[in-house]
Design a protein around this ligand. Structure first.
Ligand SMILES: N[C@@H](CCC(=O)N[C@@H](CS)C(=O)NCC(=O)O)C(=O)O
Length: 265
C-alpha cells in the first residue's frame, strides 16, 4: 500500500519524516502543501489534520499526524533497518532526546530569527493567518473547534515572534541544549549509543535548521568538537541529500505563496 505524505518544502517536521523514509529506503508519494498559500488552513486539510499542520501520513487508510507519531509508526511498520532501539534503557534514553527536542520551541525560534526577505515573508504569513482563520471559521462552522484552537495558537505565535526580547530569551536556550548533546556525543557516536537511531534523524533536521539560522558557529571551529563531528556525519548520509538538501520549494509554488503573502491573491 502506498505511503502518502502531506508535507511542505522546508518544513522541519516534514524533514524529520522524509529522513526516516530515506533511511528505510521506502517509496512514498508526496502531497505538497503550500504553507505560504495557507493550504494547511483549508477545510479539506483541517479535516485530515485538525491542527492544520504538516506532516500527515496516510497508510492503509490510516491517517497519522504529528511527526514523532509518524516516524514511530514507520519504524513499527517497516523495521528494516530498525531505528528504535530494542533495549528498554536505550528506549528510555530515546524518549528523553525526543522530549528535549519537543519542549524547545523551534517554530518561534525560526520565525523570530530568519533575516532578510525570508524573515519578512514568514512573519507576515503568520499575521495573515490570524486574519484569515476567523473568515474560514465563519464559512465552515463544522470546524469551529479546530479553527478556534488554531487561532489561539497563531495569536501566541505571532506575539512571540514580534517580541525581540522573547526571541533573544529563546536564543539563550540554545547553548544549554547543545551542551547536553556535546556531553553525550563525547561519549558515544550517536545519541542513543553505538547505533544510528530515530532520534538522530530528529536532531539532523534540528541541527540543520539551527545551522541555516546561523547558529552553526556554536559548534564549529572546535567550540563543540563532538557535536561538530556528529553534524558532519549526519550531513554525509544519503538521507540528508534526499530529505533536506533537495528539499526546495518548486518555483510556481513559491511564486503563488509570495503572491498570497504580499498581494493577497
Ligand atoms: N508537533 C507537530 C508540529 C507540526 C508543525 O508545527 N508543522 C509546521 C511546519 S514544520 C506547520 O505546519 N506550520 C504551519 C502552521 O502552523 O500554520 C509535528 O511534529 O508534526
Amino acid at each position: 500500500m502506498t505511503l502518502e505524505l502531506f508535507c511542505a518544502s522546508g518544513s522541519l517536521c516534514s524533514q524529520k519524516v522524509k529522513l526516516v523514509l530515506a533511511e528505510k529506503n521506502l517509496e512514498w508519494k508526496s502531497r505538497l502543501i503550500n504553507l505560504l498559500a495557507f493550504e494547511n488552513l483549508q477545510p479539506s486539510y483541517m479535516r485530515l489534520n485538525p491542527r492544520g499542520v504538516v506532516p500527515t501520513l496516510i497508510h492503509n487508510g490510516q491517517v497519522i499526524t504529528d511527526s514523532v507519531m509518524i516516524i514511530r509508526y514507520l519504524d513499527e511498520q517497516f523495521p528494516h533497518p530498525r531505528l528504535i532501539p530494542t533495549e528498554p534503557m536505550l528506549r528510555e534514553k530515546m524518549d528523553g532526546w525526543i522530549y528535549l527536542q519537543n519542549q524547545f520551541p523551534m517554530r518561534e525560534l525560526m520565525y523570530g530569527n530568519y533575516q532578510g526577505i525570508e524573515g519578512i515573508v514568514l512573519r507576515r504569513s503568520v499575521q495573515i493567518k490570524e486574519k484569515l482563520i476567523p473568515k474560514l471559521m465563519q464559512a465552515n462552522p463544522d470546524l469551529k473547534e479546530q479553527y478556534t484552537s488554531k487561532l489561539k495558537d497563531i495569536k501566541h505565535w505571532n506575539c512571540t515572534i514580534q517580541n525581540a526580547n522573547e526571541i533573544a530569551n529563546l536564543n539563550t536556550r540554545i547553548v544549554p541544549m547543545l551542551e547536553i548533546l556535546e556531553t553525550q556525543l563525547s561519549k558515544t557516536n550517536w545519541l542513543c549509543g553505538a547505533s544510528y537511531s530515530l532520534v538522530d534523524t530528529i536532531w539532523t533536521a534540528v541541527l540543520n535548521r539551527l545551522n541555516e539560522l546561523k547558529f552553526g558557529y556554536l559548534w564549529e571551529n572546535n567550540t563543540r568538537p563532538a557535536l561538530s563531528l556528529y553534524f558532519n556525519q549526519l550531513r554525509a548520509r544519503p538521507s540528508f541529500i534526499t530529505a533536506i538538501q533537495d528539499d526546495k520549494m518548486p518555483l510556481p509554488m513559491l511564486l503563488a505563496g509570495l503572491g498570497r503573502v504580499f498581494l493577497g491573491i
